[in-house]
Design a protein around this ligand. Structure first.
Ligand code: ATP
Ligand code: MG
Length: 719
């Protein structure tokens, strides 16, 4: 059994219990950093090495493609060989794989393509225009949200009732039209992937039986964030099977706004009555102060299963709080600290800057660029989402499937080739009237001889170009991509472009050829897999978030709090800890959503291993307006003795008395007054600045010297 010690050595007792449990339904319920992901990985290794499970019988769901890759790597390390044949991936990735294998049963064309959020938006916009529906009353984003939410609940238009309401009726009509447009184009969106996969099994009991038999082990990480349709899919596979191993943390459920249902974990034992429950309580990630702050914060939530983490680690450094004068000062401060950290000899990717809203990244990016520090926006503008990449993908999609309207729209006049809006409108009208694709409409209009000759020639040129690109089907994938780029004329077009991004775009195009080369080299076709180009397009749509050019480069990590889930970093900044920003202004009024925001804050804090900085700005330009935010209520949930206020090296001095005559007395202190602080002891008030909730006083403490403290958090008492 000596190969087993690899698997068990680095586990504590509770973790070991979970890893070695007899095969049955099992829930590991535990807080952040307690080793849930580690347990899941070791469990798979255990099943393979000890239970004699075949990799083929294992299905594991992770949260990102990156996590899936890491998981494979770890398992390979533990068992000493690559676990070929195992299904590890995200819900979307696994559903995609299933639908590729059974496209016929799923009612899809063989070369079906995936519509990402941006494609979906364009399609909805086009439909609104075609149907002459007012997009002020039915904004495309909302229509999209409606359609996705219904799909996530497993509902098709025929399951829905408009309740006699005109607004609802219009939404339903759009949903119906949207479905038809997708069907015509042979495309499916993200939510559809899951719904289709679930319907596939529901409608084909023989197929379901096959997969139930095959997957003797189903494992899920981050179980708290499964939505209705994902869970329904898992249930088909696991109900009554005794093979369901899930790990999760109800306190980290942060996707309720996108349909995730934390009840799945809260009610797991009702849904799987024989399930065993194992709790992990030791945290291995964060030092004591950070962990205590997280514990104290999350305790303020009413609805939780309840658990408290401890660490064998010392208190470590205090949590540092920085009150910036404005958002620019905040970015400057953060980047200065990042630089210091790097200068101390740390790797850049040990530092992460987290924020609530995507738009906050811009200033940090700018400051990092100015400082010459490489960075990576994790899950932000992604390689495969860049305009020029999507242009080429449009061509490729059309080559795979001429009826792909999204691909057609993208490629037809990019670069401009004299196909004007009137020609395109005529094509769309024809397509709508005859229920056919744009490609077919183009053919018919050309053949019908009803077009002006210039437009006709331009359009014919485009169709011939696509047909010609389709002829070298036997070439290597990267050669094909390269020749499509060549034929499209995009490079010449970008060379002439004056937006200053031409070179950048051309570089991205060659990077796409590289991506194709890499993909072709590792692509192993299983018998049910599509051809390599189709598979590559699937990757382009699915992997967008996870493969940025610079993945292996040592970069400072920028990401939203949501994308930080499951990750850990020695140094973490959480920026913009202000009311309206975090908690987000849309959530502050609703108690349930406020709890979700607090969980998000808990997720953020628990990403930090050694050092955690929180910052807020006294003034901030937000949505084009100058605002004067108050510090977030979440700061008050953290015991003040865990927090240390940081002062900028050369602050702009803004004496209190200058601003509207507010004085020290307003917050109950006088210059020269003696005060005491829970951690720093006694001292004398020397100075003050700022107003209201961001008011600070400088206190000269007898034992620890002079410090600036935020009155609202410092817990100062007169003495
Ligand atoms: P999250 O809730 O954030 O997803 P988690 O519960 O999945 O966290 P892991 O990421 O698995 O936690 O583990 C957190 C950290 O603790 C990792 O660095 C992991 O390697 C380490 N760790 C977990 N268990 C042990 C252990 N028994 N001994 C030493 N280190 C451990
Ligand atoms: Mg984890």
């Amino acid at each position: 059994m000596d190969d087993v010690s690899h698997i068990l050595d680095d586990l504590n007792e509770a973790q070991r219990e979970a890893v070695t449990a007899p095969v049955s339904d099992l829930l590991v319920l535990a807080g952040a950093g307690s080793g849930k992901t580690r347990v899941l990985v070791h469990r798979i290794a255990w099943l393979l090495a000890v239970e004699g499970a075949s990799p083929w019988s294992i299905l594991a769901v992770t949260f990102t493609n990156k996590a899936a890759r890491e998981m494979r790597g770890r398992i390979e390390q533990l068992i000493g060989q690559p676990p070929g044949g195992m299904w590890v991936g995200t819900f979307h990735g696994l559903a995609h794989r299933l639908l590729r294998a059974h496209w016929r049963e799923a009612g899809l064309p063989q070369g079906f393509q995936i519509l990402d959020a941006d494609d979906q938006f364009r399609l909805v916009k086009r439909l609104l225009k075609q149907l002459e529906i007012d997009d002020a009353r039915w904004p495309p984003r909302q229509v999209m949200g409606f359609i996705n939410a219904r799909k996530e609940e497993g509902l098709r238009p025929q399951h829905l009732d408009d309740g006699g309401d005109f607004y609802q009726r219009t939404l339903l009509r759009l949903y119906t039209e949207y479905e038809q447009a997708c069907k015509r184009g042979g495309v499916i969106d993200f939510a559809e992937l899951l719904l289709r996969a679930q319907e596939l099994w529901r409608n084909h009991p023989d197929l379901l039986a096959h997969y139930r038999e095959r997957f003797a082990h189903v494992l899920v990480d981050e179980f708290q964030d499964t939505n209705a349709i994902q869970f329904a899919w898992l249930r088909l596979l696991t109900q009554g099977r005794g093979n369901f191993f899930v790990v999760g943390d109800d306190d980290q459920s942060i996707y309720g706004w996108r349909g995730a249902r934390v009840e799945h974990i809260r009610e797991f034992q009702q849904l799987y009555p024989d399930a065993r429950l194992i709790r992990l309580e030791q945290n291995y990630r964060s030092s004591g102060n950070i962990l205590n702050a997280a514990n104290a914060l999350i305790e303020k939530n009413a609805s939780r299963l309840g658990k408290r983490l401890w660490t064998a680690d010392g208190d470590g450094e205090p949590i540092r709080l920085y009150a910036a004068f404005n958002e620019i000062d905040e970015a400057r401060f953060v980047i200065e600290r990042v630089q210091q950290f790097i200068d101390e000899g740390h790797r850049r990717d040990e530092a992460a800057i987290l924020y609530r809203s995507n738009a906050q990244s811009r200033l940090f990016e700018e400051a990092l660029r100015q400082a010459g520090i490489p960075y990576r926006v994790y899950g932000g503008q992604r390689f495969f989402e860049r305009a020029e990449i999507k242009d080429v993908i449009g061509y490729l999609r059309l080559i795979v499937n001429r009826d792909d309207d999204v691909g057609f729209e993208r490629a037809v006049n990019q670069p401009p080739r004299g196909i004007g809006p009137r020609t395109l409108d005529a094509l769309r009208a024809h397509a709508r009237d005859f229920g056919c694709s744009l490609w077919r409409a183009a053919r018919e209009l050309i053949d019908g001889g009803r077009m002006a000759s210039r437009a006709r020639n331009a359009l014919l040129g485009f169709l011939e170009l696509i047909d010609a690109c389709d002829e070298d089907g036997d070439a290597r994938l990267d050669e094909r991509v390269e020749s499509v780029i060549e034929a499209s004329g995009l490079v010449a077009y970008f060379k002439k472009s004056r937006d200053g991004r031409g070179e950048d775009r051309i570089e991205n195009l060659s990077e796409l050829v590289e991506a194709a080369r890499g993909f072709a080299a590792t692509y192993e076709a299983e018998s049910d897999e599509p051809d390599v180009l189709t598979a590559f397009l699937g990757l382009a749509a699915l992997e967008a978030g996870d493969t940025q050019g610079a993945e292996h480069e040592d970069c400072v990590q920028l990401m939203t709090l949501h994308s930080a889930k499951g990750l850990e970093f020695p140094l973490v900044f959480i920026a913009g800890v202000e009311e309206d920003l975090f908690p987000h202004r849309m959530s502050a009024e609703d108690p349930e959503r406020l709890e979700e925001e607090r969980r998000l804050c808990y997720v953020g804090i628990t990403r930090a291993m050694r050092q955690l900085y929180l910052s807020y700005a006294e003034t901030r330009r937000l949505h084009g307006q100058e605002t004067t935010p108050t510090p977030s209520r979440f700061l008050r949930d953290i015991p003040p003795e865990l927090i240390e206020e940081v002062r900028a090296v050369a602050p702009v001095s803004r004496p209190w008395s200058g601003a509207g005559g507010a004085g020290l007395a307003e917050v109950g202190f006088q210059l020269g007054q003696r005060v005491s602080h829970p951690r720093f002891g006694e001292g004398v008030v020397l100075n003050a600045e700022g107003q209201g909730r961001s008011a600070r006083v400088q206190v000269n403490f007898e034992t620890s010297g002079s410090k600036w403290l935020v009155v609202a958090f410092a817990n100062l008492a007169p003495c």
